[in-house]
Design a protein around this ligand. Structure first.
Ligand code: 76R
Length: 249
């Protein structure tokens, strides 16, 4: 019997990580550098309009460490809109001075492991909608990583009966809930879209809470036995005038 979890799917998500080619950027005439920065900030302002209208969302963060210099995360109702935004970014002058570092394509996902049976249409439920089409708080810190559920010998998540997965997810959810108010998480599904099965995006004003939450989950069976992880990216917010000063020399 097919016991696939039933998912609710929300906005499509693109995480776009770039490195700055600082050497070339430094060689650019200061006036042109300012124009290119202004053009990019205008693009970010336009993205903000979609956040304000709740027709999409975006997040713009520097990445600490050598994996990337910044990450632009965009969420939209269709994959086509994400593709258009990506293409528009690539045509901005500043993009000529960026080097692609990593990207991740997914769709915000809620599964039915812990949902109560109900006849109501979940897509009309306000709580469900707030999670499928999330408003992104301007938290100080972000953490992103892709992950899989393991399919290895006796540790095969996809061979477990639904009841057992539900039980395991209950314990996972309890740990997660103990971080309510401290960490906001967006789980986005990427089976068929990208190299791992999910993207995990965490937001917090206290960067240490990422480590505490992820560490605690490592001891929980769902993660200890069944999770495999990709690269981790951690960053700090670029908001207000930091969107410009980050590019100043
Ligand atoms: O949707 C819900 O809130 C119900 C409970 C829940 C589900 C179904 C939940 C709660 N998660 C669910 C699904 Mn989660 N989550 C992760 C990671 O680093 C690790 O070890 C794992 C990465 C974190 C940090 C995290 C946080 N979760 C999932 C799934 C899909 C599983 C599937 O379908 O097989 C993955 C891959 C995943 C991974 N989870 C929570 C959190 C937090 C903080 C919560 C509590 C949310 C809340 O109640 O507000």
């Amino acid at each position: 019997m097919n016991e696939a979890a039933i998912t609710l799917d929300g906005w499509y998500v693109l995480h776009d990580f770039r490195q700055m080619d600082w050497t070339s950027w430094k060689q650019v005439d200061p006036e042109l550098r300012k124009e290119a920065t202004d053009e990019f900030v205008a693009f970010l302002d336009e993205l903000q309009q979609a956040d304000d209208a709740k027709t999409g969302a975006h997040a713009f963060y520097t990445i600490v460490g050598q994996k990337a210099d910044f990450m632009l995360m965009t969420l939209r109702p269709t994959m086509d809109e994400l593709q258009e935004l990506e293409a528009r970014f690539n045509k901005l002058t500043i993009a000529e001075f960026t080097i692609p570092a990593y990207s991740y394509v997914s769709v915000v996902e809620l599964s039915n492991y812990l949902s109560a049976d109900s006849n109501e249409d979940p897509y009309q439920n306000a709580h469900v909608r707030a999670r499928l089409y999330p408003e992104l708080q301007r938290s100080q810190y972000i953490c992103f990583y892709p992950m899989d559920k393991r399919r290895d010998g006796n540790d095969n998540w996809y061979m477990l009966p639904m009841d057992q997965r539900k039980e395991l997810m209950r314990s996972h959810g309890l740990i997660g809930r103990s971080y309510a108010g401290k960490v906001k998480q967006i789980i986005s599904g990427s089976i068929g879209f990208d190299d791992f099965e999910w993207g995990v995006t965490l937001f917090s004003d206290d960067v240490l809470q990422f480590k505490k939450l992820i560490y605690e989950m490592r001891f929980d069976e769902v993660s200890a036995r069944y999770a495999d992880f990709g690269s981790f990216f951690t960053g700090t917010i670029l908001a207000g005038e930091k969107r410009e000063t980050f590019f100043n020399l």
